[in-house]
Design a protein around this ligand. Structure first.
Ligand SMILES: [Zn+2]
Length: 254
C-alpha cells in the first residue's frame, strides 16, 4: 500500500535541483513582492525606493538631497541673466538645478510625461515655502505658461498648473489658469539662431483676460528654463498688456 508520504518520495527525484530552486525563488519573491505592494503601495519618484508612512511622492532622503539653487536670494543670478537686455523683469529664479544624476530629471519627467501632477504640487509647495521664508514678494496673480491646446490634449494636462497650485498653497493669491492662451505651437528650436528662434516664438501667445493683468504684479511659471525664449515671448505680451511688474520662476534650470 502506498501512503501519501511514499507518493512524495516517488515524485521527489523527478524534480531536479534546478527546478526546485526556480520554484523556490518564484514562490519567495512573488510572496515578498505581494507583501511589499501591500505594505508600501507607493515608491519614491526620485529614487524608486518604497515610501515610508508619512512620505508623500518623494522620500525624505531625496527631499534632503534636492539641489536647491537659492537664486531667489540674489537679484542677479544665472536665471535672471538669461533675460538681461531682452525683457524688463523684476526678478527671475529657479528652484533646482536640472543636474545629471540628481532626482530632478526623474521628478520632471514623471510630472510631464507620466501623469504625476502630484509632483508638481509637491515641488511648487516646497518652493513657495523657501520663497516666503526668505521674504519673497507676494504677486497679484500667478500664471502657468500655457501649452498649445493640441499638446495639452495629447498630454491630458498642463504640467505648470499643478506647480502653480502648489505655489499658491502658500502664496494664497489669484491663479490665472486661463489668462493667457497659446495660439500656436512653436516649431522645434534646435539648430536655429537666437534671432530666428525669436521670430518663431513671438506670436505664439495671446492675453485672454487683460483685466487680470493690467496694473498687476504678474508671476509667470514654467517647469524648466533652458534658453528662456518661450518665457521671454510670454512675458513680453504680459508687459505689453499693462502689467506693472513681471517675475518669472521655474522649478528647474538647465
Ligand atoms: Zn527617494
Amino acid at each position: 500500500m502506498f501512503s501519501e508520504y511514499s507518493v512524495v518520495f516517488l515524485i521527489l527525484p523527478v524534480l531536479t535541483e534546478k527546478t526546485m530552486n526556480q520554484a523556490k525563488q518564484k514562490y519567495t519573491f512573488g510572496w515578498l513582492n505581494d507583501l511589499a505592494k501591500l505594505l508600501f503601495p507607493n515608491t519614491c519618484v526620485g529614487c524608486s525606493q518604497p515610501l515610508n508612512a508619512g512620505e508623500d511622492s518623494i522620500c525624505i532622503d531625496c527631499l534632503i538631497k534636492l539641489p536647491r539653487t537659492n537664486y531667489h536670494r540674489l537679484k542677479k543670478n544665472p536665471v535672471s541673466d538669461k533675460f538681461r537686455g531682452r525683457l524688463r523683469i523684476s526678478d527671475a529664479s529657479s528652484f533646482l538645478y536640472f543636474a545629471r544624476g540628481s532626482s530632478v530629471r526623474s521628478l520632471i519627467h514623471q510630472l510631464k510625461y507620466n501623469g504625476r501632477q502630484d509632483i508638481g504640487l509637491r515641488l511648487g509647495a516646497l518652493y513657495a515655502r523657501d520663497l516666503i521664508s526668505d521674504g519673497y514678494d507676494r504677486p497679484d496673480i500667478i500664471i502657468p505658461l500655457p501649452l498649445h491646446h493640441s499638446k495639452q490634449k495629447l498630454r491630458g494636462y498642463n504640467q505648470c498648473v499643478p506647480i502653480v497650485e502648489g505655489l499658491n498653497k502658500y502664496f494664497q493669491t489669484e491663479m490665472g489658469k486661463a489668462t493667457i492662451k497659446r495660439v500656436s505651437n512653436n516649431p522645434t528650436q534646435t539648430r536655429k539662431g537666437r534671432f530666428q528662434r525669436w521670430e518663431n516664438v513671438e506670436k505664439i501667445f495671446q492675453i485672454a483676460e487683460p483685466s487680470k493683468i493690467i496694473g498687476k504684479h504678474v508671476l509667470l511659471i514654467d517647469d524648466v528654463i533652458t534658453t528662456g525664449s518661450t518665457l521671454e515671448a510670454c512675458g513680453r505680451i504680459v508687459l505689453e498688456a499693462g502689467a506693472s511688474r513681471l517675475s518669472v520662476l521655474t522649478i528647474a534650470t538647465a
